[in-house]
Design a protein. Sequence first.
Length: 168
Amino acid sequence: MSTYAEILIQRYRHKGALVDANLLLLLYAGNCDVRLIGPRFMHLKAYTAEDYYALSYILKQFTRLVTTPNVLTEVSNLANKFTPDDKQAFFPQFAHELVSVEEFHYPSNQAASSKLFPILGLTDSVLLNLCQDYLIITDDLRFYAKLTDQGLEALNFNHVRMEYLFAE
């Protein structure tokens, strides 16, 4: 297991994990039905059931899962592209998941004032402003690079996903 990942997880264990939209969709889809993951759905075709289990294992190490309205909106919009039957199964589970996640609002106008806003867009600019307090977990290399370029800590899921496959 990556020492850097272990250090980050330990450092932010009680502060919380802030998961980007694609990974949060992976988590919630897997919690609903692991068969949603994979080639059936465009936004989950890059993942496997094993990725879901690895992400779940990583997130169980945190006492808090935090998010933003921006991330949840992206998850909802992506899931809205499921087939009607899959949406019928997913959205009640998604609503149930919202009970256990802490949601924080960061004003859009403040996020838009960041010099990185034209590069990152709104959701990632909001996350950038919250990552001082929480560990961002992402598989977006461009976003991860911008975070680390700013001297901020983040966990790139692509760097650790294979390490956690057999952790449980």
